[in-house]
Design a binder for this molecule. Structure first.
Ligand SMILES: [Zn+2]
Length: 398
C-alpha cells in the first residue's frame, strides 16, 4: 500500500481552511486522512507528495447535465446523423478534456454513447470522469428532439431519445434504458426553444408518473427537462428527483420543489450566452429565467446543482464546463456555486462517496492555484494543477 500526500488550503465541500493535508490510499482509491497539516497522519509509504505555492484542494467537480453528442455544431440533424463510431471517438477526447479540467463525475442526460463511455472508463480502458448516463432520453413522438423531416422509423433509429406515448410505452422505454445500462432516467416534460417562446407540455403527467414509478422500482432517479409552469407542475406532481432548466418558477412551484427536496439545475450558461433572437416570447422566457426564476430559487432556498447542458460543440465545449460554475456564482455567490458543483451535484446524481473531502470517501479531487472561493475563475482548466480520480493522479501537460 502506498499513499499520495497533497498539501495546500482545503475546501472540503463545506469549510475552507489553510495549511491542510489530504492523504490518499492508492490501493483503495479512498481518502485515508485529511485535516490541518498539524493533525493529519502522513504515512511512511508516501509515493508522491503534491504541494505548491498557493495550492487549494477541492472535491472533484461534478457536472450534472451534459450530453456526449460528439458533434461540431449545435444542430439537431447533425446530432442524429453523425455516425455512432465518430460520436464515440470524439467523446473519448471530450472525456479526457473533462477529467483534466477537474471534472471527476458527469451525468449524461441523453446520448448514443454515454453508457458505453461509462463502461469503458470503469474498465480503465479510457481516461475520464465517472459517467452516470441516462442512455437515451425519453420524449414524446413529434417532440422537439424528433427530427420531423425524416420518416418516423428512421428518426427513431437515429435519435438519442426513445419516443414513447402513453403510460405503458413509457414504462417500456424505461425498461429499454435499463437494458442499455442507464443509471438515471431523463424525460422531456416540455419542449424548448424549437417551439418559439411558448414551450408546450410533451410527456403528460400520466406518462411522467408511469416513468417515475418504473424507474424508482428499478432504483433509478428521474430528471425532467421542464420549460413552463405546467411542465414544472407536472414534473413535481409525478415525483421526479430533479428538474433541468426549470423555466417558469412561481413562488408556489418553488415551494413545492423545496418541500419535495427536488434538485434544481438552472443550466444558466446557455441562457446567458443566448443573444436576443427577435422572437419576443423566447427572449421574454430567457429574461424571466435570468431574473424571476433565479430570484425565486434563491428565496425558496432550492438545492441548486451545477449542470452546464454542454454538448461538446460550438461555445459549449467539454473541458470548458467550469463556465457554468462561474455563472451560478453570479447569481448565488461563490460559496454556493462551489457547493453546487461538488457536494450538491454529487448528491443529485447519486454519488454518495463523492463531492466532499472526508476520510473514507473516494479520492476525487482537484488541485488549483489560488483560492477559487475568492475568484471562481481560478477553476478554469488552465489553472488546474492536478486531478485525482479514485486516488490516481492526472497532471495536465502544459
Ligand atoms: Zn440537455
Amino acid at each position: 500500500m502506498a499513499s499520495v500526500v497533497i498539501k495546500g488550503s482545503i475546501f472540503d465541500g463545506r469549510e475552507f481552511f489553510e495549511n491542510g493535508t489530504v492523504v490518499v490510499d492508492e490501493s483503495t482509491g479512498l481518502i485515508s486522512d485529511c485535516g490541518k497539516s498539524s493533525e493529519a497522519q502522513v504515512p511512511k509509504d508516501t509515493s508522491q507528495t503534491i504541494s505548491g505555492e498557493g495550492f487549494t484542494i477541492l472535491p472533484g467537480l461534478v457536472d450534472s447535465h451534459i450530453h456526449f453528442f460528439g458533434s461540431t455544431r449545435y444542430d439537431l440533424m447533425e446530432w442524429v446523423t453523425t455516425p455512432d463510431a465518430l460520436i464515440a471517438l470524439r467523446s473519448v477526447a471530450d472525456m479526457q478534456k473533462l477529467l483534466y479540467a477537474g471534472f471527476t463525475a458527469v451525468r449524461d442526460l441523453g446520448s448514443k454513447v454515454g453508457t458505453f463511455l461509462s463502461r469503458a472508463v470503469n474498465e480503465g480502458v479510457i481516461e475520464g470522469p465517472r459517467v452516470i448516463s441516462a442512455a437515451k432520453s425519453l420524449a414524446s413522438t413529434g417532440g422537439d428532439d424528433d427530427p420531423k423531416i425524416l420518416p418516423l422509423d428512421i428518426a427513431q433509429r437515429l435519435s438519442y431519445s426513445y419516443y414513447c406515448d402513453g403510460p405503458w410505452e413509457c414504462r417500456r422505454a424505461v425498461r429499454l434504458c435499463l437494458r442499455d445500462g442507464a443509471e438515471v432516467i431523463k424525460v422531456y416534460a416540455s419542449g424548448s426553444f424549437a417551439q418559439g417562446g411558448k414551450p408546450r407540455v410533451q410527456l403528460t403527467v400520466e406518462e411522467l408518473k408511469a416513468i417515475v414509478d418504473e424507474a424508482h422500482v428499478n432504483g433509478l432517479k428521474v430528471t425532467a427537462h421542464a420549460y413552463g409552469e405546467t411542465a414544472l407542475m407536472n414534473s413535481v406532481e409525478a415525483g421526479v428527483d430533479s428538474i433541468e432548466h426549470g423555466i417558469g418558477l412561481t413562488s408556489e412551484i418553488a415551494a413545492q420543489i423545496k418541500k419535495k427536496e427536488i434538485f434544481y439545475i438552472p443550466t444558466l450558461s446557455a441562457f446567458l450566452a443566448s443573444k436576443p433572437s427577435g422572437h419576443k416570447d423566447r427572449d421574454a422566457l430567457v429574461k424571466r429565467h435570468l431574473t424571476q426564476d433565479m430570484a425565486l430559487a434563491k428565496e425558496a432556498g432550492l438545492k441548486i446543482a451545477n449542470g452546464s447542458d454542454f454538448i461538446g460543440a460550438d461555445n459549449e465545449l467539454h473541458g470548458q464546463n467550469y463556465l457554468e460554475i462561474v455563472n451560478v456564482a453570479k447569481f448565488f455567490g461563490n460559496r454556493e456555486a462551489r457547493t453546487a458543483a461538488t457536494e450538491t451535484a454529487a448528491e443529485c446524481i447519486g454519488l454518495a462517496k463523492s463531492g466532499r473531502i472526508q476520510k473514507g470517501l473516494e479520492a476525487n479531487l482537484v488541485v488549483v492555484k489560488g483560492n477559487p472561493l475568492e475568484n471562481v475563475e481560478l477553476l478554469a482548466p488552465g489553472n488546474v494543477q492536478h486531478v485525482l480520480r479514485l486516488g490516481r493522479v492526472y497532471t495536465p501537460k502544459r
